[in-house]
Ligand binder design. Structure first.
Ligand SMILES: *Cc1c(COP(=O)(O)O)cnc(C)c1O
Length: 406
């Protein structure tokens, strides 16, 4: 368990300064109408999160409901293939199929303690929406999920799941009718319902304190990694931790307890789409410039006059034109190395893992797998790769890839 740390005025990797900055990134850029909501959250989140009764219920649900701890699996055939030692942190084995449930449980419990009766969320591919709707069903809370109309069409099984779980799924019909429009709708809803509603953000993005709060909820990933590696290797510290980055929550969770150990090399993998310079990419650190997106200052893919550029990735969970402020800082300071993998490389890596280990990964996680090739790993190196989710949701894409390979 992490100790409560009081906000300081310097900021570290593990904790932003009192204004929510990691280096020059972060903060809370919000409309006046949201000020009291965000302020309330900022004042109370640490205190609530580290109350004994909260931790007891959070740990109980992580264990008995989500299925934690997730295994740390030595992937022997994959290791042999790369002539090194690779462990997979099996977030794919969580209830609802990915790491997102960790944060959804945390934020819904927090919302209850804030006295909120209504939960709203935005979702792109629907994974965060499903996780949030799941915990709302568990707790008997009203749940509204905003989703771009185009995404609703593309992700029908997740829309059906959310509805079966009792959530109301509302289409965002403006702009490109995708994630960023759904986010705008969710923000509008929160402005109109400031007293009884909590907005569950699904990654380490958004105004302070969301990035810090979500990183802390996800930090259970690296907390378990350390314990499990100690049992298996006699040391808590691997040489590398590798994770894919959309907004950055599974990476933040996988990196968290290693941030202050410079011996551990952190590798973040972004989606290069059709290639970094193809105009169809989501590699934010390579293409982005400092800017404000969804309530915080970070690196953002934008035109010279500041219009957000539509990203592209084969994986819906990485198809985001920004990156959380912690990751922008990790990139700028050099603490983490940022690599990228294309759609094609990630598909190949997904098929390879399936063949070598009998594990069908999510397309997002396949990006992290694809980066292994770029890493020049030594036989003595120990790597932990965060397998953020399972591939059931991506079966249609995998089937298409198999057809075109025949
Ligand atoms: C949503 C998702 C991601 C990307 O989100 P992060 O906040 O960057 O972790 C990665 N993997 C899976 C399986 C997802 O569902």
């Amino acid at each position: 368990m992490i100790n409560i740390v009081t906000p300081n005025n310097k900021g570290t990797y593990k904790q932003p300064d009192i204004f929510g900055y990691y280096g020059s990134f972060g903060g809370a850029y919000i409309p006046e109408m949201l000020h009291s909501n965000v302020e309330e959250l900022k004042e109370k989140y640490l205190q609530i999160m580290y109350e004994e009764s909260f931790q007891k219920e959070f740990q109980h649900l992580l264990h008995d409901y989500a299925g934690r701890p997730t295994p740390l699996f030595l992937a022997e055939r994959l290791s042999k293939q790369f002539n090194t030692k690779i462990y997979l942190k099996r977030e794919d084995l969580n209830h609802t199929g990915a790491h997102k449930i960790n944060n959804a449980i945390g934020q819904v419990l927090l919302a209850l303690r804030l006295g909120k009766k209504r939960i709203i969320a935005e979702t792109g591919a629907g994974q965060h929406g499903v996780a949030t709707a799941t915990v709302c069903a568990l707790k008997g809370l009203e749940c509204i999920v905003y989703m771009g109309e185009v995404d609703m069409e593309r992700q029908q099984p997740n829309v059906a799941r959310m509805r079966m779980l009792g959530a109301t799924v509302l289409p965002a019909t403006s702009g490109s009718k995708t994630l960023k429009d759904a986010t705008n709708e969710a923000i509008r809803d929160w402005i109109n319902n400031p007293n009884d509603t909590h907005y569950v953000i699904g990654s380490v993005v958004g105004p302070h304190p969301y990035p810090d709060m979500v990183a802390r909820f996800q930090s259970v990933i690296s907390e378990e990694m350390k314990k499990q590696l100690k049992e298996k290797e006699g040391t808590e510290l691997p040489d590398y931790v590798v994770a894919c980055v959309g907004g950055g929550s599974n990476a933040a969770g996988a990196f968290y307890h290693f941030l202050d150990d410079p011996k551990v090399q952190l590798v973040a993998v972004e989606a290069a789409g059709c290639g970094i310079n193809s105009g169809m990419s989501a590699a934010t650190t390579q293409l982005g410039k400092p800017g404000v997106l969804h309530g915080s200052k970070s690196l953002v893919m934008q035109t010279p006059d500041g219009q957000v550029v539509e990203p592209h990735s084969i994986s819906a969970g990485l198809d985001y034109p920004g990156i959380g402020p912690l990751h922008a800082h990790l990139y700028e300071s050099g603490r983490a190395k940022f690599l990228s993998a294309t759609d094609k490389e990630s598909l190949d890596a997904a098929f390879n893992l399936t063949k070598m280990e009998g594990i069908i990964p999510a397309l997002e996680s396949a990006h992290a797998l694809a980066a292994l090739k770029q890493m020049k790993l030594k036989p003595t190196d120990v790597t932990i790769l965060c397998l953020s989710g399972r591939g059931d949701k991506d079966l249609a894409t995998y089937m298409k890839a198999m057809e075109s390979n025949q």
